[in-house]
Design a protein around this ligand. Structure first.
Ligand SMILES: C[S@@+](CC[C@H](N)C(=O)[O-])C[C@H]1O[C@@H](n2cnc3c(N)ncnc32)[C@H](O)[C@@H]1O
Length: 291
């Protein structure tokens, strides 16, 4: 791959998906894009880049998708799901007892192991949640992983990673060498394609947001912008869960870590109050200007 082609791809991926590739990641780009080029009948990366420069939007989308890392597994890191079951859900169920609704967003859901782990946790509260409106929204940039997630079919290897055997027996049906997630758990999760670089305020507000193991691929400014926008769609008493290697510390003051709940963050009230005051001020200024 020529340095010019690498620079072209690096810039494009940053703009389209937020992926922040350092100068020495040619091998990664080659290992993902040479097979793609061959599959679509091109000789290699030079031809691929030329076709993209010529404006092939479908090919560009395929390239962006091929460069996503979709590694995931059931109950990844365990601790956030223990917190969900033991503290977050019990507290939210109490706080929302009058409203009787709960909205959870899994913001980079990959092939479904994460949103379905959340659904299996929620299922344990089924009797309390009778008559509630409960939503789990799973979104991802990649259409390919969303299709896999919707199907809810997992290999032996996938169900062996993180899924307790009791959950496998309870919620899955073996079909040949594969495992089909039962319809009641599948029906708890809605899927939608969404790029975190783009506006997501139209999704409404959530009580819990899982945004795990995706921000690690982005630069500091992109992370800060996403944290800011996540804080605006999270309820004041809501919870944000990040991956084990991720944190808001030193990047954004939109959230603060929960003491003693590793990986969980709450919206920063000082920041929310400031944002509220600014919004009120802007409204007042608009009213004065329109007189
Ligand atoms: C490593 S997986 C993490 C999956 C899951 N959250 C977990 O922790 O197991 C990262 C996911 O982020 C998605 N992704 C990458 N860039 C994205 C973007 N700009 N907007 C939304 N999703 C993105 C990828 O397609 C991939 O499925």
């Amino acid at each position: 791959m020529t340095p010019m082609d690498y620079e072209f791809l690096r810039k494009l991926l940053k703009e389209r998906s937020g992926l922040d590739l350092s100068a020495d990641k040619q091998y990664l780009v080659e290992s993902r894009l040479i097979p793609l080029a061959r599959r679509v009948g091109l000789a290699g990366i030079a031809e691929l880049a030329a076709k993209m420069k010529g404006g092939s939007e479908a090919l560009t989308a395929e390239v962006v998708e091929a460069m996503t890392t979709n590694e995931t597994f059931f109950f990844r890191d365990k601790i956030p799901f223990d917190h969900l079951r033991e503290t977050v859900l019990p507290e939210l169920l109490q706080a929302r007892a009058n409203r009787r609704s709960l909205r959870i967003w899994c913001a980079a859901s990959s092939s479904g192991q994460e949103p379905y782990s959340i659904a299996m946790c929620l299922k344990e509260f089924a009797s309390t949640l009778m008559g509630w409106r409960v939503e789990i929204l799973a979104t991802d940039l990649s259409q390919g992983v969303l299709d896999k997630s919707r199907a809810g079919v997992f290999s032996q290897f996938e169900v062996q990673r993180g899924l307790p055997i009791q959950m496998l027996v309870k919620h899955f049906t073996q079909v040949g060498e594969l495992w089909q997630l039962n319809a009641d758990i599948r029906a708890m999760v809605q899927h939608r394609q969404l790029n975190l670089l783009q506006d997501f305020s139209h999704l409404g507000t959530f009580d819990v947001i899982f945004c795990r193991n995706v921000l690690i691929y982005f630069d500091q400014n992109t992370k800060a912008s996403i944290f800011d926008r996540l804080a605006r769609v999270l309820e004041a008493d809501g919870v944000l869960a990040l991956g084990a290697a991720e944190s808001v510390v030193g990047i954004s003051d939109a959230f603060k870590p929960y003491p003693e709940r590793r990986g969980l963050y709450s919206p920063n009230p000082a920041r929310t109050a400031r944002a509220g005051a600014t919004a009120l001020m802007q409204q007042a200024l608009k009213a004065v200007a329109s007189r």
